[in-house]
Design a protein around this ligand. Structure first.
Ligand code: ATP
Ligand code: MG
Length: 405
């Protein structure tokens, strides 16, 4: 890649407003052939909005600014339109067709392997198996996607974008639910695409990934380009300062493991069934967490990390003991877990985390209305205060708590 190469794909003066929230305010961005261009920024900076515009999810007419492919102006009416122009996209949120097989999902929207309208099931399965072997992953192409956990659904989406042989590939946090081995396999594939001249836009919150595979980085802050950085100048401190406007030390204050504090949560010989029948679950887990302590739970894809949390939270049946604050509790449902003072932030916010028919405010309070109620009735004033405080603390950007989530 040379920096004076003409961009393959570029965006100029892109602005986008969502009912009062200005998500993008005049962004210029481009990517050249054979380049992996990192798109960075804090939550809500506008990264996903930009790639959705570049991919037709937000169609021409819903934003201002221009897009060029190979020096020619283009305007995409839909993701299918972008795809037929060689622009591929792996969305941040999982979008799969639950009722179809893995192979059918990988080739969804394409008839290239069928003879006429007849799709050759076996051919699809063979091709999908080859792609998964390439990605170094073990997924049965005949399995139904409904039975797969989040990480594997994500891999199916990645495979779907790669089989179309895109000239431009946009990946929106593709590794968020993957572990080291899958990330390595994905990177090997991206490096090969790079050698073939594919232009890639890579969104991530993981700076080591940027250092590992990206050639250039653009940092968005509050809907604008904060800085563009060439690979020679990559540096974690610079990234973090341009994303947040704060120095590293202030963002990650030293956190010493607490000494002598009481055990808040203790799990003894916990066993959890695999979810969807596709994974093995977890067996005989012993774990304790002191008050004020943060415990990391690491492991390969399918090793049972999520299942352990789901077991503790009562989302799946578990055996063994759970002690909270020194007392054994019986947790058979998420309601039991909440009553014991346990909260779970889910892996897949679209499927498990948010209620899309409720506004922002109700999504914040719905899991825990008791402290906001008197004699079983939610008090509007208390609820409003809690919502405003939470939105402020977490810097939630919305035109109002009543905005659609
Ligand atoms: N469909 C939508 N309707 C209303 N507001 C939206 C919509 N999509 C995004 N926004 C808002 O636009 C802003 C930018 O959001 P965007 O999803 O692009 O951020 P992001 O950089 O991808 O963040 P994250 O790291 O959390 O994925 C945010 O304020 C968000 O609330
Ligand atoms: Mg995003």
């Amino acid at each position: 890649m040379s920096t004076n190469q003409a961009p393959l794909f570029s965006a100029t003066a892109i602005a986008k407003n969502f009912g009062g929230v200005q998500a993008l305010r005049g962004v210029d961005f481009d990517v050249v052939s054979g380049e992996i261009h990192a798109l960075l920024g804090q939550n809500g900076a506008g990264k996903s909005t930009l790639v959705k515009i570049l991919n037709g999810v937000h169609p021409a007419g819903s934003y201002t600014g221009t897009i060029q492919l190979d020096g020619q102006p283009v305007s995409f009416a839909s993701p299918a339109d972008a795809r037929s122009n060689g622009v591929g996209y792996v969305p941040q949120e999982i979008e799969v067709l639950e009722q179809l097989s893995v192979a059918e999902n990988v080739f969804a929207g394409r008839t290239g392997l069928g003879d006429g309208v007849l799709v050759h099931q076996r051919k699809l399965e063979q091709r999908a198996a080859e792609i998964f072997a390439d990605l170094g992953i073990d997924i049965d192409p005949r399995a139904y996607v409904a039975s797969l956990p989040s990480a594997q659904r994500h891999l199916v989406m990645i495979a779907r974008a790669i089989v179309m042989k895109p000239r431009v590939l946009m990946l929106d946090e593709p590794t968020a639910s993957l572990s080291g081995t899958e990330v390595d396999a994905l990177f090997a594939v991206l490096r090969r695409l790079k050698a073939q001249g594919v232009a890639m836009i890579y969104i991530t919150h993981r700076l080591p990934e940027v250092l590992a595979i990206c050639d250039r980085a653009t940092v968005l802050r509050d809907g604008q380009v904060a800085v563009r950085i060439a690979r020679e100048d990559f540096d974690a401190e610079t990234f973090i300062f341009s994303m947040s406007g704060q120095r590293l030390q202030r963002l990650f204050p030293e956190h010493a493991a607490p000494v002598g504090t009481p055990t808040a949560l203790e799990v003894r010989r916990l066993s959890v069934a695999g979810h969807g029948g596709a994974v093995h679950g977890a067996r005989d887990i012993n774990l304790s967490v002191a008050a004020g302590e943060i415990v990391g739970l690491a492991g390969l894809l399918g090793s049972g990390r999520s299942e352990i949390l789901h077991g503790i939270y009562g989302r799946v049946l578990s055996e063994g003991e759970i002690h909270v604050g020194g007392k054994e509790v019986s947790i058979k449902s998420p309601a039991d877990a909440r009553a014991a003072g346990i909260a779970l932030l889910t892996e897949d916010r679209k499927r498990d985390g948010l209620l899309f028919n409720l506004p922002v405010g109700a999504n914040i309070t719905i899991g825990n209305l008791a402290p906001l109620s008197r004699r079983g009735v939610v008090r509007g004033g208390l609820e409003r205060n809690a919502i405003v405080a939470a939105m402020r603390a977490l810097n939630v950007k919305a035109s109002s708590p009543r905005a659609s989530v």
